[in-house]
Design a protein around this ligand. Structure first.
Ligand SMILES: [Zn+2]
Length: 378
């Protein structure tokens, strides 16, 4: 179906008065904008909040963290998720983002990225994704009819994963793999003078994901009276890991925790380019690490080429004392069933975090931490 933009969008949203862009490479600070890479070094950018000590936290859901989020004149969703103690692994708590409205943590991402586009005067975007990211934008388009037009590019093999189709979504199905589909989407955006959603570089997406960690930290401390020792996250680009590190440092500054948790990241054996690069202690992804046609049960993390994000992910994993882990299909099946027994519906990607916790159970003995259940639907 074709979409016809009318130029109408939510006009009153502003870039926040207290959040500024800060380069993750060279630390240069610049005002918030819709350009997503550092003007000096092209590095990735995060949001920095110089007045964090004045931040107030009231209510529930994402809006509770509004003083640590980048937009003014906007009410964020009050959707939130539970933190559940597991019975099969001592000291492990599951952050269940599968309960969010889209069934996935990416709900949080579009909940900030969409209004950021509106604040920047943009109401039509191009996105390439194997599922959950696109779904979160489609959901936003459905929630705010007429304010967001989304062109979704998806490989034919993943078409079945796209949900929340509505009159404001234009679906472009390709015959190519995910990497090529991404290139097709970029070319389409350029040809039609449209914005892409920015992928890994879009800091607003990461600000959304950050709320999962802030929420989990508050819940963990309330339930345990102590700081979490580690977090485990399944990764494709690893965007959530960068978001987590922002959340950790902000929680430390606020005095919610007394140390930075270790960031443990997990991929499935059939698509583990970051694990391979780390195993050989390489600071960058090489040609041999890349999976051009990745396969595996955990569809949400089938990203074969994380060249752009890997150096940032590696830095977080190393500086927090975390590690890279890979898990097998059998481990994923077992974890999914074990979580289901505890009434936690996890997609295979989310189940990978449980597999990692189980694999590391001797090493993590006596420690306590959180596994991120990022989604409920495969
Ligand atoms: Zn820079």
């Amino acid at each position: 179906m074709a979409v016809t933009p009318t130029g109408k969008f939510l006009k009153d949203i502003q870039f926040g008065l207290h959040g500024v862009f800060k380069c993750l490479n060279c630390s240069q600070e610049t005002p918030q904008a819709m350009t997503f890479q550092c003007p000096s070094c092209s590095g990735a950018i995060e949001l920095s909040y110089p007045n964090i000590s004045n931040a107030e936290f009231t209510g529930t859901g994402m809006n509770r963290y509004k003083d640590l989020l980048p937009l003014g004149n906007y009410i964020y969703p009050d959707a939130h998720s539970t933190l559940q103690k597991l019975v099969d692994l001592p000291g492990v708590f599951a952050k269940n983002d599968g309960d969010l409205p889209t069934g996935n943590t990416k709900f949080r991402q579009a909940s900030i990225a969409a209004p950021a586009f509106w604040a920047g005067g943009i109401n039509e975007i191009v996105v390439a994704s194997t599922g959950n990211s696109s779904n979160s934008y489609c959901y936003e388009a459905q929630l705010h009819p007429g304010h967001l037009w989304v062109h979704v590019f998806v490989p034919k093999t993943h078409q079945g994963r796209i949900r929340f189709l509505n009159p404001y979504v234009d679906l472009h199905v390709t015959d190519s793999d995910f990497m090529e589909t991404g290139n097709t989407a970029k070319a389409y955006a350029k040809r039609h003078n449209l914005s892409t959603d920015g992928g890994f570089y879009n800091p607003y997406r990461r600000e959304g994901l950050k709320t999962a960690y802030l929420e989990a930290i508050e819940q963990f401390v309330a339930q345990n009276g102590s700081s979490p020792d580690y977090f485990i996250q399944a990764i494709s680009s690893g965007m959530g890991v960068i978001a987590a590190h922002s959340a950790f440092r902000q929680a430390l500054q606020l005095g919610w925790i007394d140390r930075i948790p270790a960031m443990i990241v997990v991929q499935q054996e059939t698509c583990a380019p970051m694990v391979k690069a780390d195993r050989d202690n390489r600071p960058a992804i090489s040609e041999n690490d890349i999976e051009r046609n990745p396969e595996g049960l955990a569809a949400a993390i089938l990203r074969g080429n994380p060249t752009v994000s890997y150096p940032y992910v590696r830095k977080v994993v190393k500086t927090t004392g975390g590690r890279f882990v890979s898990v097998s299909a059998d481990e994923l099946r077992a974890s999914k069933a074990t979580l289901a027994d505890q009434k936690i519906r996890a997609c295979f990607a989310a189940a990978a975090t449980h597999s990692a916790a189980y694999q590391l159970r001797e090493e993590l003995k006596g420690k306590s931490g959180v596994i991120m259940i990022t989604g409920s639907k495969d």
